[in-house]
Unconditional design. Structure first.
Length: 438
């Protein structure tokens, strides 16, 4: 588990957390309005990614199930088609409606709208990178996605100050730097799939994407079954889970915004710092999902997640004041947020870690139901407690929602757990076509 999880953690830390932190750090010199703009922009981007997450998740699981048993390139080709469809469906309306979207957060024009215009236009690049990385992860390779993330992060470090201050582009420069860095990284990453495509040239898989004769069918039966359906059905629960979290995150930003810009900025800073620890849970989830899809032992993700939650909470409490002080002269809001998150991180760590097993073993719907049950408790509490305790009430509602979700995910289920498809012996043809780097 740790062999797979550590590169995923580095990847997530650099591609998701570090990029956002670097943007916040550089725009902090432009004032609280710029910090709030980046916070709003990244929240919307997470929401957009939630709409697409079914594709890379489904690709990872199907590649993992098929590796060594059936041709892989039809999955990659179908993932590429779904990328094009989702990119057009999400990015185009996003660009056209970027000002109304910004208006939802009280910023119809100015820095937030500028950031969103560039960020939403660059979504196809971001989406494509996740599909390429999803293929590599399905093959059990988490090091290549880590390398891609490190390259992207290094580029953002260089481009952010150049575009924000050197060219005087301000907040828009931060968004441009991120998109440009992702584009360069994508150009490098797609080369890692060349060996896979070359190895597939001799495959005798039907062009309609149905399984080869004698190969496992990943739940698809009958001639002419479109792999796109299998990818989406497999990945939709994870997408729904992510999307629900993004929507609730937007609702929380709106609640916190009622207490002023300083509170939004503090919440954004605290969230970015906390993500450095939360990525431990998501790394464990991806490792558990990869192992389960490939019918390899996954250990005890629940215990790892709970232990990781306690460790992350302790680390954030120790680092709260100096870390928040890097972004603002008044870190009190961010520090208070991180202190209260101790109650949230332990159950949340357990929930996220076990989610990988649920997803890859065909129980993703259960994970989604547990998430929604937690949010059904969290949101009403956030509104009620915030009117009584201020922003502290919002933080308490997060802990309550995570606890309810974990309990629902672990509740006994009649009929016994579903299991991932058994892994058949690797075919000589597929083994000979193995891509390099494994």
């Amino acid at each position: 588990m740790f062999r797979l999880a550590l590169p995923v953690y580095v990847e997530l830390l650099t591609a998701v957390v570090a990029v956002g932190l670097i943007d916040l750090l550089w725009v902090s010199g432009l004032g609280e309005g710029a910090i709030a703009a980046v916070t709003v922009g990244t929240t919307v981007e997470y929401l957009a990614y939630g709409l697409f997450l079914a594709v890379p998740t489904g690709v990872t699981v199907l590649v993992g199930r098929r590796d060594g048993r059936a041709p892989l390139w039809p999955v990659v080709r179908t993932g590429r088609l779904l990328w094009a469809l989702f990119s057009a469906a999400v990015a185009v309306p996003g660009v056209l409606l970027h000002e109304p979207i910004a208006a939802l957060f009280g910023a119809a024009s100015g820095p937030a709208a500028d950031f969103l215009l560039v960020s939403l236009a660059g979504l196809p690049v971001y989406f494509a990178q996740t599909v390429v990385d999803g293929v590599r992860k399905g093959l059990g390779d988490t090091r290549t996605p880590m390398r891609n993330a490190l390259i992207c992060n290094a580029l953002v470090v260089v481009l952010d100050p150049l575009l924000i201050y050197g060219l005087g582009l301000g907040v828009r420069g931060a968004a441009l730097a991120t998109v440009a860095a992702r584009a360069v990284t994508l150009a490098i990453a797609v080369r890692s799939l060349r060996g896979l495509r070359d190895g597939a040239q001799g495959d005798s898989a039907p062009e309609d994407g149905s399984p080869a004769a004698g190969a496992p069918d990943d739940g698809e039966r009958g001639r002419g079954t479109w792999l796109g359906r299998a990818i989406l059905v497999t990945g939709l629960p994870m997408s729904g889970d992510f999307l629900a979290r993004a929507l609730v995150g937007m609702a929380l930003v709106e609640i916190v915004a009622g207490f002023g810009t300083a509170q939004v900025a503090g919440y954004g800073i605290g969230q970015k710092i906390m993500l450095a620890g939360v990525m431990v849970f998501y790394a464990l989830r991806q490792a558990a999902m990869i192992r389960t899809a490939r019918s390899e032992p996954a250990g005890s993700p629940l215990l790892l997640g709970l232990g990781g939650g306690a460790a992350v909470a302790a680390a954030l409490n120790a680092a709260a004041v100096p870390a928040a002080g890097l972004f603002t002269a008044d870190p009190s809001v961010a520090v208070g947020f991180l202190r209260w998150m101790t109650l949230y991180l332990v159950p949340f760590g357990g929930l996220i870690a076990v989610g990988g097993v649920l997803q890859a073993s065909g129980r993703g719907g259960r994970l989604l139901a547990a998430t929604l049950a937690g949010f059904a408790v969290q949101l009403p509490l956030a509104y009620a407690l915030s009117s009584w305790l201020g922003v502290t009430g919002v933080w308490l509602s997060m802990a309550a929602g995570a606890s309810v979700s974990l309990a629902a995910a672990l509740a006994p289920r009649a009929g016994g757990p579903a299991t991932a498809p058994a892994r058949a012996p690797r075919s000589t043809r597929t083994a000979e076509g193995r891509p390099c780097g494994r």
